[in-house]
Ligand binder design. Structure first.
Ligand SMILES: [Zn+2]
Length: 147
């Protein structure tokens, strides 16, 4: 049974990972990490979902240490805390830019990154820090290649 955070998002989909499945990594968030996922979803992902009026696919949300290592995440990645999500755009760059701009101009966030890998796969990375746990830097990075 999946656990809904908001109308359109579940804890399970924010912890799902093909790499974790393949390698048998449990990728289970603790209470604080779940709280961070809830805030990220309530303040950013669900408002984006409602504004776009279409399903939003998350390719990577929470990552435990081992999973973060396996996918080559940076050491201090906000994915480790449950504060970040990668929004899959399935090769539709216009859609990606629409999501990116909507978050940029209408929603609160800590870091917003238009990110891609060497193979030309693009996604939108967004993070959010609830005010009890720190400050949102409101940092926008326009074209980052993930090494
Ligand atoms: Zn990310």
């Amino acid at each position: 049974m999946d656990t809904n955070i908001t109308m359109h998002f579940t804890i399970e989909e924010l912890c799902a990972s093909k790499t974790a499945d393949k390698l048998g990594i449990a990728n289970k968030p603790n209470t604080q990490q779940i709280i961070n996922l809830v805030y990220l979803t309530a303040y950013v992902l669900e408002p984006l979902r409602l504004a776009m009026n279409e399903p939003i696919t998350i390719s990577s949300g929470f990552r435990c240490q081992l999973l973060n290592q396996k996918v080559g995440g940076v050491r201090n990645s906000q994915h480790l805390k449950g504060q970040a999500a990668d929004i899959c755009i399935k090769g539709d760059l216009n859609k990606g830019k629409k999501y990116f701009d909507y978050i940029r101009y209408h929603l609160p966030f800590d870091q917003l990154i238009w990110e891609h890998d060497k193979n030309g796969t693009y996604w939108v990375h967004v993070s959010y820090v609830y005010r009890d746990f720190g400050k949102n830097r409101h940092q926008v990075i326009d074209n980052l290649e993930k090494k």
